[in-house]
Design a binder for this molecule. Structure first.
Ligand code: NAP
Length: 251
């Protein structure tokens, strides 16, 4: 991505992996959209941290699963910082640990709505604006999948795992479809990372419980994942198309 295009939207950047990626991107010279859904204080906190380090950032509330919210977010970012050159589809949700048959149909819909449809809507909006045949300058999209796409997360959240599997397939297809438009689409699969997400699954100490199963013998830090995401976004990865990087400590 050229200097002129160093504008990045990171969905779900108020906390966890998204926040770490936003802070790192700003240090690398990107103007950053810190997207969030509800947690305004946390998102504004990330923006303040970026600003105090001399970087440029804006916090925008948008439900990734809402087409109008997403279009408005892209418009606002383009107005503030110029054309969006990169999108990180990071926003994701999971439910409480459960067997598959114990999960409600409402929850199936809620998980797939954010994790799959949300990522699809954001990618669609990015492709429309970045495509050279539409007058765009190309760009880069990174989808944040999960180790769960491989493991299936039995007895925990098969619905969540399957939503990440959908991102793996979307990456494979979209990457090949839009490469001729100058858009690179790639994917990162984090393993067990220290964030607040595990509390949402009902087990805040989940990463520590699983450390002994990780060949590297430690849980992952959000920065471990952010580095891989930003490498794929960057011009250092110019020939990576439809690639996936597992950031799992060897699991
Ligand atoms: P997290 O700490 O729970 O943060 C989730 C973020 O997503 C928050 O910023 C939240 O915003 C936002 N969000 C949720 N629903 C949204 C929506 N509909 N629209 C816009 N934003 C929304 O999560 P994390 O652990 O950093 O995970 C980030 C990504 O990595 C997710 O896709 C997750 O599946 C994936 N991942 C995580 C792990 C792990 O071990 N942590 C492992 C593998 C993959 P609010 O603050 O406003 O709610």
């Amino acid at each position: 991505m050229g200097e002129a295009q160093k504008t990045i939207i990171i969905t779900g950047a108020s906390r966890g992996i998204g926040a770490a990626t936003a802070l790192m991107a700003a240090r690398e010279g990107y103007a950053v959209c810190v997207n969030y859904r509800r947690n305004r204080d946390a998102a504004e906190g990330v923006v303040q941290q970026i600003a105090s380090g001399g970087g440029r950032a804006i916090a925008i509330a948008a439900n990734v699963a809402n087409e109008r919210d997403v279009a408005g977010m892209f418009d606002q970012v383009a107005g503030e910082f110029g054309p969006v050159g990169a999108l990180v589809n990071n926003a994701g949700v999971l439910g409480t640990q459960s067997t598959f048959s114990g999960i409600s149909v409402d929850r199936f819909r809620r998980i797939l709505e954010t994790n799959v449809i949300g990522a699809f809507i954001c990618a669609k909006e990015a492709v429309r604006r970045m495509s050279r045949s539409n007058g765009g300058d190309g760009g880069s999209i990174v989808n944040v999948s999960s180790l769960a796409a491989r493991s299936g997360a039995p007895f925990e959240y098969v619905d969540y795992a399957a939503s990440k599997g959908a991102l793996d397939s979307m990456t494979a297809g979209l990457a090949r479809e839009v490469a001729p438009e100058g858009i690179r689409v790639n994917l990162v699969r984090p393993g067990f990372i220290y964030t607040g997400m595990h509390a949402d699954g009902g087990e805040p100490g989940r990463v520590d419980r699983l450390v002994s199963t990780i060949p590297l013998q430690r849980g992952g830090e959000p920065d471990d994942v952010a580095r891989a995401i930003l490498w794929l976004v960057s011009d250092k990865a110019t020939y990576a198309v439809g690639a996936s990087i597992d950031v799992t400590g060897g699991v």
